[in-house]
Write a protein that binds this ligand. Structure first.
Ligand code: NAD
Length: 354
């Protein structure tokens, strides 16, 4: 298990530091974990003058999986665009061919009050959104702003998917559904857009390889509505880049606690980049206040999806459930009567629960 660790900027080193303690505990119990660190984003700019330097490229290409904290900070906002920390993130995703983005939205019963929805609607929520990450209208050509034959300015983007792009994300989504409750909802706008009619047709075809998974289809406008009306009806959702961008943010906010949500981006061989869904939180960086659980849960996803170690993944997730049940809370999820802890205090609690 060769893991490249990129702490990044802001709270990145703090939340990754606590996650490394969790990985150390698993290694002590026999998992063959090897860790090497490199900078990404602003930290890499400070050291090498660019956000995704060669040393980092070499390390992540050779690794089986990558654990990332977060990148970015106000001190880098004035840099030329190609030098900004966020460019490092785009570059590493492209370099590693990460086309499948997995964003779970899980609401632990103890945190039901953090959601803006009624506790009975969201308590126990557990959805996985699988978003295609490298195609669709975000990358389709032609695109641009020009002047038409009538002399008026116009703008256009192209929604485009090749069959192989849809097939590979379909296989990822069905395989994930097989590891969960075997229900997959494909989200499209097949009543209006040919691209997504094509998407739906291919989903139905790939479903024949997964007879144990129940495939359903939903228009994206209805899916947006159902996510707030009755989100617990969903197990796994799969959709294209633009719909996934919007629905995954909507789903994550159902839980109300951004410091709790992990994510994964996978390539064709399940090599993955694992990171929390939140950013580098410069407002609380260096104060030992950040919630490390999203990053710790990203390590659990790594065990499940890259290393196929369901046992290790469940062990980490159960440790997190236990510390929440015992009342440990960082500031972002604190409630009256809870046991308020620092970032490192939360790490202590998780390691003890492991
Ligand atoms: P953010 O997610 O960093 O912070 C939003 C709010 O949530 C802040 O109040 C922050 O304190 C809080 N928060 C976030 N994570 C937390 C945690 N683990 N524990 C406790 N509180 C937490 O988003 P932002 O403020 O819009 O962006 C800050 C920087 O992060 C920017 O430079 C942005 O470009 C970058 N960013 C990076 C990523 C990434 O690395 N994947 C993603 C989003 C934003």
């Amino acid at each position: 298990m060769k893991i490249a660790v990129l702490p990044g900027d802001g709270i990145g080193p703090e939340i990754v530091g606590q996650t490394l303690r969790v990985l150390d505990a698993l290694r002590a119990d026999g998992l063959p974990i090897e860790i090497e660190q490199a900078p990404l984003g602003g930290a890499a700019y400070d050291q090498y003058g660019q956000p995704y330097p060669e040393a980092t490229q070499t390390l992540v290409r050779a690794a089986d999986a990558v654990l990332l904290g977060a990148v970015g900070g106000p001190q880098y906002d004035q840099l030329d665009r190609p030098l900004r920390p966020e460019r490092g993130l785009l570059a590493i995703r492209k370099d590693l061919g990460l086309f499948a983005n997995l964003r779970p939205a899980v609401l632990y019963p103890e945190l039901a009050d953090a959601s803006t929805l009624k506790p009975e609607v969201v308590s126990g929520l557990n959805i996985m959104i699988v978003r295609e990450l490298t195609g669709d209208i975000y990358f389709g050509q032609p695109r641009g702003i020009s002047v038409n034959e009538l002399g008026e300015r116009e703008a256009y983007n192209t929604m485009r998917y090749s069959e192989s792009e849809v097939r590979r994300i379909a296989h990822v989504a069905f395989a994930i559904a097989m590891k969960r409750n075997r229900r997959l909802c494909s989200v499209d706008k097949a009543n209006v857009l040919e691209t997504t009619e094509f998407w739906k047709e291919i989903m139905i075809d790939v479903a024949r390889d997964y007879p144990e998974v129940t495939l359903s289809h939903m228009y994206v406008d209805n899916a947006a509505m159902q996510l707030v009306r009755n989100p617990k009806q969903f197990d796994v959702m799969v959709t294209g880049n633009i719909f996934g961008d919007i629905l995954s943010d909507e789903a994550s906010m159902l839980t109300g606690s951004i410091g709790m949500l992990p994510s994964a981006s996978l390539d064709e061989n399940n090599k993955g980049l694992y990171e929390p869904s939140h950013g580098s939180a410069p407002d609380i960086a260096g104060k030992d206040l950040a919630n490390p659980l999203a990053t710790i849960l990203s390590a659990a996803m790594m065990m499940r999806y890259t290393f196929n170690r369901e046992d290790a993944a469940t062990r980490i997730e159960n440790a997190v459930k236990r510390v929440l049940a015992e009342g440990y809370r960082t500031g972002d999820i604190a409630q009256a009567g809870s046991r308020r802890v620092s970032c490192s205090g939360m790490g202590d609690a998780v390691v003890a629960a492991l």
